[in-house]
Design a protein around this ligand. Sequence first.
Ligand code: 5RP
Length: 233
Amino acid sequence: MTSTAPVPSPTQDELKAQVGRAALDYVVKGEIVGVGTGSTVNKFIDALASLKGEIRGAVSSSVASTERLRALGIPVFDCNEVEELAVYIDGADEIDGRGYMIKGGGAALTREKIVAAQSRRFVCIADASKLVNTLGAFPLPVEVIPMAARRVMRQFARLGGLAQVREKDGVPLVTDNGQHIIDVTGLRITDPLGFENEVNQWPGVVTVGVFARQRANVCLLGTASGVRTLQFD
Ligand code: 5RP
């Protein structure tokens, strides 16, 4: 009698690679593509190298993604050189069933929101662990002007959140924009649009990591049984 060995489940890294490759189908040939930041996007960038002769280049949302794109020979344009992008491809820390997201785990949220706002379509690529019912279990990143950090942290405390300044090597992390990040736990964000609108008004907030106005139009979700496509419009 022969026994069949169980098929091992794909690792999170393999799921990320799977959706990174799947996102190539959304890249518009002959155009410039918007590129996000993070480990899932790195898989997309690596896959994008196979199309580099067929696109004009990319607009990038971080120094890290710019370096990776250029190292693979993909031209990177400044955001100001480009009027509108057909598509923006990026990861998420959480995404709900309406395409609302928490982003900024890689501290690139401000540039990510700018490039997303300049794009007609947001394609989110994520492994299945990122799909949630309600946003907020992942600590919410907020980019702040350093002098406002304590004040913004107190405002989150009034909403029941516990905020702390993100550190790197024992000192506050400095973003590509020269600002700081605070991460807020203990929030349950049931109205992402209202929440984003409110926090955006607080003095000293550069960008809140809730992407409701710039929500995803499509999510390619990496699962053990293949890529699941969630359409939000
Ligand atoms: C960076 C981001 C990333 O898209 C988010 O953190 C997901 O990253 P990863 O693909 O590494 O899980 O918002 O600011």
